[in-house]
Design a binder for this molecule. Structure first.
Ligand code: AMP
Length: 213
């Protein structure tokens, strides 16, 4: 099963994608996580991506498509995957479709998690991330056991640069301009499914399970 998660930054794509991946035994693939891993490892790709990410801008399609196509070509993707944060532009979606069509394959579901902008801004300012292991928390909804400390590796939690309020507003603008058109793109292909993202994590997940079957 090949699934794409759509929705504004902070709509809960990552959380739901991880739950779907665990439920169906397929890899969770996040281009944001891949860029952050490259930044942490000090690669050239990471250095280039960081300059865009810190400003709330999208990383250029050429770079993004390259790392994504490499990743989905790996053996663990043979039974499918759930994509979180890719595609974010129409050209990215087209490249993915072309690559899949070549293999006689296609995306099965594009799930759009709907949340209003005001709720997004509120959510993201409460997000905290572990710079060492990548675990994510929320000061209200998913607090760590000890305030400001990662449950998994005990590192000090941070507000990611790209979760800061001014960056979030920019990311929402970028989302509406560049990513939202994908909703019509997948609707036209009859694989779009919408879920209300303004309910609990479990309720969103149940709605998604009902779609995926
Ligand atoms: P995320 O963790 O998915 O919210 O992504 C964090 C940041 O990584 C985004 O704000 C972008 O700068 C960059 N990024 C992640 N995925 C993509 C993508 N598919 N296309 C362009 N930039 C991306």
């Amino acid at each position: 099963m090949k699934i794409i998660m759509l929705g504004a930054p902070g709509a809960g794509k990552g959380t739901q994608a991880k739950m779907i991946a665990a439920q169906y035994g397929i890899p969770h693939i996040s281009t944001g996580d891949m860029f952050r891993a490259n930044i942490k490892n000090g690669t050239k790709l990471g250095e280039e991506a960081k300059s865009y990410m810190d400003q709330g801008l999208l990383v250029p399609d050429e770079l993004t498509v390259r790392i994504l196509l490499d990743r989905v070509a790996r053996d663990d993707c043979q039974n499918g995957y759930v994509l979180d944060g890719f595609p974010r532009t129409i050209p990215q979606a087209e490249v993915l479709d072309q690559a899949l069509t070549k293999q006689g394959d296609a995306i099965d579901f594009a799930i759009d998690i709907e949340v209003q902008d005001e709720a997004i801004v509120k959510r993201m300012s409460g997000r905290r991330a572990c710079p060492s292991c990548g675990a994510t928390y929320h000061i209200e909804h998913v607090p760590p056991k000890e305030e400001g400390v990662c449950d998994v590796c005990k590192s000090k939690l941070v507000l990611r640069d790209d979760d800061k309020p001014e960056t979030v507003e920019k990311r929402l603008r970028v989302y509406h301009e560049q990513t939202q058109p994908l909703i019509d793109y997948y609707a036209a292909r009859n694989i779009l499914q919408k879920v209300d993202g303004d309910v609990s994590t479990q309720e969103v997940f149940q709605a998604i399970l009902a779609i995926l079957g």
